[in-house]
Write a protein that binds this ligand. Structure first.
Ligand SMILES: *Cc1c(COP(=O)(O)O)cnc(C)c1O
Length: 491
């Protein structure tokens, strides 16, 4: 299968590229993205045949449908990383929390957030391609807290890959920061930035387009790539767990074959929701995809009003920080799929030039046939955490945003799958506060409070972080980032 461009072709880049080209250089003509030329189909027989498959078998068969230019042995070693999840046979538990409401837990990987679902296998594939081409890549990432640890984990000691990871100093939770600053491999560099996530993100963007930086890397025979969530190499692994979750409901005899369900996704950059959209287009029986946001509610307004409007807006800091985002990159792939390349180019250029686009009435109707949306303020999220806990289920603040959407959008008497994107350990101060009303001094105290209240043990990998040596102590101003990274690459 080949990949084509969401904004059409500029005659400079190839019109179609292979999967490996699309993941090595993920930016297409006119700043667009790569999408599969067509989506394969999954039917009743595919699902029936996989009722007895484990996650890895399902994953390999879904990948096979996309017919990508990656050797089977590499794909096998990529999906074998799901063996590092809590339960290798069931890396994604699907838990019933009340009548009609299920939680698909995507956080049982090494860094305790759902970024592992895609970044773990993606790291294996990217490193294998680099090695086969005898090229060396520098992967740059800017993180608000979950992507960084997951990227460092997956590229740890990988051949032909170096990683420089930038995070806002003081802008992450203690656990997230410690997951990064305690890594100790010579191919990994972690840099704290004096500033917020937007500063880290804009530093990354200016490096990606800095000629002086790129030519310095060239002298070292190093190419530049990014592991951000627009990379199709990540998206492809985000289709699989939607299919798996549906199979789980079948296995638990909660639904029968072809019975429609709602997918309910806490959304930021829209990779998770896009995976659900693709699964639906491939044939999964989905009634609607419910998009949950926090008070950065641009996606809610897009779905409900047909307008993407970020004029004069600033990102609000919320207690679900991984969803604090205004420009949700993967929406572009849905625009392309529904309205075609020419219109996508027009809409995206409206957004880039005027911070605004508006869908026609027809286009808006098409969007609403698939998506529904609502947003959740921090205090509503806190109540959702408390109520769920009183009913016996502990959820993180991102997952909790789905409850509001469930209540306002899931009107039909059918099952809903909420996607849980982080373990309680990653956002413990917010959760402890929701449960007790008290403000905790730091993550360590909050973890202890929750563990006592919920009669849980703090996982040993999380506990160990607090006594591990800090090996990555750089915290610098934006102006010095380029110098710092070049020094790291030169070694
Ligand atoms: C990244 C992330 C999200 C947002 O996912 P998208 O695919 O970017 O929409 C939600 N919750 C958590 C905990 C995350 O780390």
């Amino acid at each position: 299968m080949k990949f084509i461009e969401t904004r059409g072709n500029d005659d400079g880049k190839p019109e179609k590229v292979s999967f490996s080209q699309a993941i090595l250089s993920p930016i297409a003509s006119f700043g667009g993205l790569y999408v599969p030329e067509s989506l394969p189909k999954i039917d009743k027989h595919f699902l029936e045949n996989h009722l007895s498959s484990n996650y890895k078998e399902l994953a390999l068969d879904v990948l096979k449908l996309f017919d990508i230019d990656i050797d089977q042995a590499i794909l096998e070693s990529a999906v074998s990383l799901y063996d590092h999840f809590d339960d290798p046979a069931h890396p994604v538990p699907v838990v019933k929390i009340k009548e009609n409401l299920f939680v698909s837990e995507l956080y049982h990987g090494p860094t305790r957030a759902f970024k592992d679902m895609a970044l773990q296998p993606f790291g294996v594939i990217l490193s294998a391609i680099a090695k086969a081409r005898q090229e060396n890549y520098l992967i740059l990432t800017a993180t608000s807290g979950d992507t960084g640890p997951a990227a460092l984990e997956t590229f740890n000691n990988k051949e032909n890959i170096q990683v420089a990871c930038m995070y806002p100093s003081g802008g992450t939770s203690d656990v997230q920061r410690l997951q990064m600053v305690t890594v100790n491999s010579k191919n990994l560099k972690v840099i704290g930035i004096n500033g917020d996530f937007d500063d880290a993100q804009s530093a990354l963007k200016s490096l990606l387009s800095s000629n002086s930086f790129i030519s310095k890397l060239k002298q070292e025979k190093v190419l530049l790539s990014a592991a951000n969530s627009v990379n199709f190499g990540r998206i492809i692994f985000q289709i699989i767990y939607h299919i798996y979750s549906y199979l789980e409901l079948l296995r638990q005899q909660e639904i029968v074959m072809d019975e429609k369900v709602y997918l309910n996704v806490p959304s930021g950059n829209f990779g998770n929701a896009l995976g659900g959209y693709y699964a639906m287009k491939m044939g999964l029986a989905v009634e609607n995809i419910l998009i949950a946001s926090n008070s950065n509610n641009v996606l809610t307004k897009l779905v409900n009003d047909g307008k993407y409007d970020i004029r004069g807006l600033e990102v609000k800091q919320t207690s679900s920080p991984a969803m604090d985002i205004l420009k949700s990159s993967n929406v572009e792939r849905v625009l392309y799929d529904l309205y075609g390349a020419e219109r996508t180019k027009e809409l995206m250029s409206d957004l880039e030039n005027g911070q605004y686009y508006q869908l026609s009435a027809d286009e808006h109707k098409q969007l609403q046939q698939i998506f529904m949306a609502d947003f959740c303020e921090d205090d509503e999220g806190k109540s959702a955490i408390k109520n769920a806990f009183d009913d016996g289920y502990l959820m993180d603040p991102h997952t909790a945003t789905c409850i509001k959407t469930y209540e306002t959008c899931a009107k039909k008497d059918i099952k809903t799958i909420v996607y849980s994107t982080a373990e309680w350990t990653k956002f413990s101060p917010t959760i402890a506060n929701a449960l007790t009303g008290e403000k905790e001094a730091d993550d360590q105290h909050a973890l202890t409070t929750i563990a006592q209240k919920a009669k849980l043990k703090i996982p040993s990998t999380i506990n160990a972080l607090f006594s591990q040596e800090v090996t990555q102590s750089s915290v610098i101003d934006k102006e010095n980032i380029e110098k710092e990274i070049v020094a790291f690459v030169v070694g």
